[in-house]
Design a protein around this ligand. Structure first.
Ligand SMILES: Nc1ncnc2c1ncn2[C@@H]1O[C@H](COP(=O)(O)OP(=O)(O)OP(=O)(O)O)[C@@H](O)[C@H]1O
Length: 303
């Protein structure tokens, strides 16, 4: 199976307003796909369409290489989801809440223990949910979404409202899931830093359009680093580097090396020292992923 999820030209309009515009989403098996975008970008609308909760205005959705419109029930049986504020019975325990769902899904009772174990709620399984912290409720929501042993798990902003330690806990939990079960995960967030360490692929949307979709490594390449050199007689030193075949720029008395592998940096420094220049500073400048994300989502240009 090439893609677990593939949308083609998926669009959704609310009256005159377009919430999702021509979205081509591609998610491969076993990936953790980070679906990123600022508030109002169209993430929830897209997810609701993927789960058959909302009809697309145009375009197609294929899940497990089947048309969602034609085989909705068969497809959704194999999908688990957690979409904004799951509802629980507060006066029931975690176990009883899962038991209520289990009956509807028709899965064996042993599965409740398994999912409680996965989300590390076994110890509080018999406590009433009304006493749970937000983080515990989110974990219970993930447990519920795992009951049917889904091949595709869709989580809409699962870390929303959690404190930093809650975010880390959910992140670690999600990271371990595909490795254990071969599951494919789609997780949405408005913060790149939140999913940076778990996603293998990212899709970035803004104003309903996908502006970036590729591996997290490729995104990191955009965080291109620069190596800056502060040296004596910088302009002359720069010319001397060029004369030695080393690519560099010169700006405001600072030399910027174009190639920054260890070997290239060492060669540049060696050349300068050899020619009698003093090296005062060697610095690395890096744009953070968050800077890039902000730049992309405010600039709107497709890259
Ligand atoms: N039922 C609806 N009726 C009218 N407009 C809607 C409806 N649902 C969403 N929208 C609009 O569609 C756009 C996208 O909203 P959506 O909730 O999908 O964004 P999002 O990326 O999930 O943002 P958030 O992180 O805030 O949930 C917004 O402009 C929103 O106002």
């Amino acid at each position: 199976m090439e893609y677990v999820v593939q949308t083609t030209n998926l669009s959704k309009r609310f009256g005159k307003e377009s919430a999702v515009i021509g979205l081509d989403m591609k998610i491969r098996k076993g990936e953790i796909y980070g679906f990123l975008g600022p508030n109002g970008a169209g993430k929830t609308t897209t997810i609701r369409m993927l789960l058959g909760l909302m009809k697309a205005s145009s375009g197609t959705i294929q899940i497990f290489e089947k048309d969602l419109n034609k085989e909705k029930i068969n497809i959704l049986k194999r999908v688990g989801s957690l979409v904004e504020n799951p509802s629980y019975y507060p006066h029931l325990t975690a176990y009883e809440n899962l038991e209520a769902l289990r009956k509807i899904l028709g899965v064996p009772k042993t599965r409740i223990h398994e999912v409680l174990e996965i989300v590390r709620l076994t110890e509080v399984a018999n406590k009433k949910v009304k006493g749970f912290s937000l983080g515990m409720k989110q974990r219970l929501g993930i447990a519920a979404s795992l009951l049917n042993s889904p091949e595709l798990l869709i989580l809409d902003e699962p870390t929303n409202g959690l404190d930093p330690s809650g975010i880390i806990e959910i992140r670690n939990l999600i990271k371990q899931l595909p490795a254990e079960t071969g599951m494919t995960i789609l997780i949405s967030s408005h913060l790149l830093t939140e999913i940076d360490q778990m996603a293998t692929t990212v899709g970035i949307v803004t104003k309903g359009k996908m502006i970036y979709q590729d591996s997290i490594e490729s995104l990191r390449m955009y965080a291109q680093q620069k190596v800056l050199l502060k040296v004596s007689d910088s302009e002359q030193a720069w010319r001397s580097l060029l004369g030695n075949g080393i690519k560099a720029d010169w700006e405001d008395g600072i030399i910027l090396l174009s190639e920054h592998s260890d070997g290239k940096v060492a060669k540049a420094i060696h050349t300068l020292v050899h020619e009698g220049y003093s090296i005062y500073r060697v610095e690395e400048e890096k744009r953070s992923l968050e800077d890039i994300f902000l730049q992309m989502t405010t600039r709107e240009k497709v890259i």
